[in-house]
Design a protein around this ligand. Sequence first.
Ligand code: GLU
Length: 448
Amino acid sequence: MSALDPVLQPHYETVLARNPGEQEFHQAVLEVLESLGPVVRKHRHYVDEAVIERLCEPERQLLFRVPWTDDQGRVQINRAFRVEFNSALGPYKGGLRFHPSVYLGIVKFLGFEQIFKNALTGMPIGGGKGGSDFDPKGKSDAEVMRFCQSMMTELYRHLGEYTDVPAGDIGVGGREIGYLFGQYKRITNRYESGVLTGKGLAYGGSQVRTEATGYGTVFFTEEMLKARGQSLSGRRVVVSGSGNVAIYAAQKAAALGAHVVACSDSSGYVVDEDGLDVDLLKQVKEVERQRISAYADQRRAATFVAGGSVWDVRCEVALPCATQNELDTDAARTLLANGVVAVAEGANMPCTPGATRIFREGAVLFAPGKAANAGGVATSALEMQQNASRDSWSFAHTEERLRDIMVGVHERCATAADEYGTPGDYVSGANISSFIQVADAMLSLGVV
Ligand code: GLU
């Protein structure tokens, strides 16, 4: 499979030297550079004009302290980040992640991925990402509100509908976006709807935004199968995770006739041979904010397995929708032995490089996250479009737009893969197509 072209090797080494200890960022950069050999051999000017170096260095990186007071009156300190990676195609766009594992390397990997993902959508959005090591788990609503208000009190000066537009990611959902938007509105005295996406439907949010990442992953999977004369109908599907992406991927796969039998959280996984009950899953995870074992307690056909790997459950279609590097080489081998035909990354970089290699060499249809999970940010761009025109669209119309966008993402990946001699390889197709678009825009804008 693709190795790093000698022309690109020094650029990767520069990234390693400039960003020590940021393993996830290194991994994300390497995955893109490994696809670009055929591009730089054909178009040498991308190297000569330092486009690769420019792309790997964020335009701006913000790192700041967030002080807040907990319910006991104690002062707490968290660290927050916003990496404004690339604005060649539009304002920086990408979510905020609240999770104890967040550090600069995670934010940079996510921001880097976001540049290419956003380009693939065909929408006018640049790439950025942010977050904090704040853990919303176990915090009261009032604590979450005070944290969000404090974070926005610093962040607001860097945002704007034409500058930088955050949204949610792991640990940041409707509740957090509401508190962040409220504080932005208060500080600036501007009802600037397009400054954040993932807003509630009551105050400028878009229909389908909540469902969009999961739905988009399934639309992309359906397109990959269609290209081989197959479909999702009747397929046995496993999703990992049980958050926003997993829930709506399961719902859409089932609506297209698939049999979705398992999902997971960090405590273990649930197998439900009757097909996952998505409403119950939503109730347990989103309303009650409980562990996934509570789902099995309420369904006779379901069993909860503590610990272990959800990828031990036999399936034909695997949708990793939890978090980075959750699916390793052992899991990939198990899936292959169990007859998996398609894998689509609903999360960002959930498959380790070794796992990805096994799928690609095993002729499994493999959709990288920057293509398969682009539906979320694409619908954020649709939210910005509605906000800018002071309009609000129906669910059916918005879902149709999302579907068309995902068909377009698939088309771009497939065409680039064909053109650069790797037909059927969605990893190289996604990387090449988006790189060329961003690189050409950067060159047009001059050295800025
Ligand atoms: N966090 C999501 C992603 O990884 C969505 C970002 C957005 O809507 O701006 O693409």
